[in-house]
Design a binder for this molecule. Structure first.
Ligand code: NAD
Length: 308
């Protein structure tokens, strides 16, 4: 019988593409419960789901920040059994730290970190009882390496990585797998929402030098990265589907080969300096070369050499 897959954050982006991809599985291996915080935003998903709607794909309301919503969503699932949980819902945050409120930061952690945990707590007892299950988490390369002006977002994904790596050890005893999927930039609403926020944000209390690093260095480089090496959400969905379909799912899966080398810099130099200095040089010394360097680091033609 098909495996029940519950996905959070399906009104757009990676979640939407994954829900549609799994619902159209040629072998009909999945019964997809595509959830979203606000069901008024269901049109895009419904249109993309086509004839799978009401058959291999059903819609449900789910706000990962709300305990009641989580409980209600789970109680609406036939048999209450979730075989595969995909923690996809997430929000970004960029900007100079001095200009961001603690409440804004709390919301990032509540969604990206605690939101995933709320769902895990809800599905885990059933998975343990059945001694099977798969928990997939859409993390990020920023869960592996810190990125300038993304401190809080990156920290929320590091938290996710630490939490799920720890949990994976216990869950092996129950035949339950965990997979952290780590995309680089993906061309979805995610970036647009962030850019809209920073366009009007004033970041009060931030000194002009820091603001200039953010607006004149970081933002153009970030736009260029999305443009040059940004992945299509369909490709990311396909990579996640492969992880879900695998008999021995990996703990980690990066979807963009260009980022493998950058992440590896941390392993090569345990002191951490190599990664920090390379990231610094790529932004402040060779800004025009940033996307090119990523390509070349990935193919190996540009060695990651930095001055001490
Ligand atoms: P997106 O903005 O299109 O999708 C995120 C979804 O999460 C949206 O549908 C949003 O409504 C939903 N969401 C936010 N708060 C929620 C809540 N409280 N309850 C339920 N749903 C909520 O962007 P995306 O790129 O598809 O992002 C999906 C995941 O991928 C996120 O976890 C994000 O951190 C991660 N990611 C994105 C990128 C990128 O560059 N786009 C890169 C790496 C990782």
């Amino acid at each position: 019988s098909p495996r029940t897959v519950l996905i959070s954050g399906c009104s757009s982006g990676i979640g939407l593409e994954l829900a549609v991809h799994l619902a159209h599985d040629p072998k009909q291996r999945y019964q997809v419960v595509a959830t979203m915080r606000d069901l008024r935003k269901k049109e895009m998903l419904e249109a993309a789901a086509g004839d799978a709607l009401g058959k291999t794909l059903t819609l449900a309301q789910l706000d990962v920040c709300n305990d009641e919503s989580v409980a209600q969503c789970l109680s609406g699932i036939q048999g209450g059994e979730v075989d595969v949980l995909v923690n996809n819902a997430g929000v970004g945050l960029v900007g100079p730290l001095e200009g961001l409120s603690i409440d804004t930061m709390k919301n990032i952690f509540d969604t990206n970190f605690l939101g995933a945990i709320r769902l895990v707590k809800a599905v885990l007892p059933g998975m343990k009882k059945r001694r099977q299950g798969h928990i997939v988490v859409v993390s990020s390369v920023m869960g592996l390496q810190g990125v300038i002006f993304n401190e809080v977002y990156s920290a929320s994904k590091f938290a996710v990585e630490g939490f799920f790596e720890s949990l994976a050890i216990q869950l092996l005893q129950f035949n339950i797998f965990i997979s952290l999927v780590e995309p680089g930039p993906v061309v979805t609403d995610f970036e647009g929402k962030l850019m809209a926020q920073v366009a009007t944000a004033e970041f009060p209390g931030t000194d002009p030098e820091t603001l200039s690093y953010f607006r004149d260095f970081y933002l153009p480089a970030s736009r260029e990265l999305f443009r040059s090496v940004g992945q299509n959400p369909k490709d990311v969905a396909q990579a996640i589907a492969k992880v879900i379909g695998s008999t021995r799912p990996p703990l980690r899966k990066q979807t963009n080969l260009r980022y493998l080398t950058l992440a590896a810099l941390k392993a090569v130099d345990p002191s951490g300096s190599l990664y920090v200095r390379t990231a610094h040089s790529l932004l402040f010394r060779w800004p025009r070369l940033l996307h090119l360097s990523l390509r070349c680091l990935a193919c190996g033609c540009l060695p990651a050499r930095v001055e001490p």
